[in-house]
Design a protein around this ligand. Sequence first.
Ligand code: C5P
Length: 234
Amino acid sequence: MTSQYAPMIVTIDGPAGAGKSTAARELARRLGFEYLDTGAMYRAVTWLCLEGRLDLTDHACVAETARRAEFDFREGRVFANGQDVSDAIRTIRVTEESRFVAANTLVRELLVELQRQIAGGRDFVTEGRDQGTIAFPGAECKFFLTADPRERARRRQAELRSRGEEVDLDTLVEQIEGRDRRDAERKVGALRPADDAVVIDTSSLDCETLLAELERLVRCRRREAGLETPAESP
Ligand code: C5P
């Protein structure tokens, strides 16, 4: 078979704390692909609404804010209407309130369209909840990462501890299970693996083992399809 170059989309979906972000960012770097964190988009809309003191349950108003907003993703930073919001969108408040934005059908339509505009026709690793099912159903390579809620809570606890915050493990397990339920029960863009996704439980996998496996599977898929990345081409 003659090798040719064609762009490829790799999707990584899964619940909060399953290790998606680190895996997606590093996988993109190893493959020479770009990386899109779609959770950051929902967070940025949430942040804009909170800044504007809007009622997050007012769907039309939240959607209008999303429609007017300009988002930019540069050098690992997130900009909303020209302002660097990379740190502001990671607060506990934004994390909690983002569920209202994530359940807003109008916002989801807008953001999925934006995701397709950004990643379409290019080499991208995109990460979220609905990337393999809704945003890029035709993606060449799909992963769904899961992990035991208690293990995810432990990871979250370690992350918070490194920032000087101490939170009880049972409280974190409860929060994580609550988020899982809301993600799975959402009427639109619900969290579920695509039928053709490779499901990986990361509970007992270290980061390097997971990355090596993801990279192996992507390269294998490219070879099967007779495609090569520019770096692999002679
Ligand atoms: O992954 P992260 O925690 O940053 O996601 C932030 C919020 O956006 C969560 O409420 C999550 O459910 C939602 N989300 C979504 N669809 C995506 C990515 C994230 O609904 N593709």
